[in-house]
Design a protein around this ligand. Sequence first.
Ligand code: ATP
Length: 240
Amino acid sequence: MSETSMLEVRGLVAGYGAAPVLREVDLTIPRGAITAVLGANGAGKTTLLRTLSGLLKPTAGRIVFDGQDLRGAKVEHLVRRGLAHVPQGRGVVAELTVEENLRLGGLWRGDAAGLRRDVAEAYETFPALARRRKHSGHQLSGGERQMLALARALVGRPRLLLLDEPSLGLAPRVTAQIMALLRRLRDASGLTVLLVEQNVRGALSVADDGVVMSLGRIAVTASAERLRDDAALRHAYLGF
Ligand code: ATP
């Protein structure tokens, strides 16, 4: 395993029934970079994130996160090791308030002062959440819930953030703020991000690298710059 990679995936097979969705995925995610995961509907992007975060058990293959084999690791252990997963359109406890959701995100840290600071910082980053701090999850709009899910993950101080379609249901202005935030976190604290996005152009404008999934495999791995600029590659794999 390379010194610089945050995640090494080899021969990963996973799915929901008899037929696998992920068919021997090989992937190396560099440390401190944003990698966009692209591909058509049904290619297996969400399934990949669910398998990496331990929600779905692989039937074959290896996942090495920061030098440690994740075989058999429980989801809570992965969180403690710095892996956060923000699922598509979910990840918020509807019965709890915004404040409670944020605190929950860092509860495991056992560092009350640090947690208070990080919750305050989350409100600075997402003023819309500060205005709704006493509201429960189910009183929030889809966009606010999406913001809360991301803010809650960040309060847990992850080193690897798996983000499934963060732009879903958000105004373009808010999406742009989130993308800028990801870059700031990458630069300031070396955060590694795996970003699944339908909005290919948006994802490639923020990412350092891109992987394109097709039929449960990684079809292409390239720098985001190359995926943006190489028309033949774009036509062949991204359809524009
Ligand atoms: P999308 O952008 O549409 O979410 P995706 O690339 O994320 O696409 P997945 O959601 O991983 O793709 O889906 C891959 C395949 O797995 C699809 O054929 C889908 O129908 C199937 N699938 C996804 N979730 C389930 C599930 N809970 N049970 C059974 N099959 C599923």
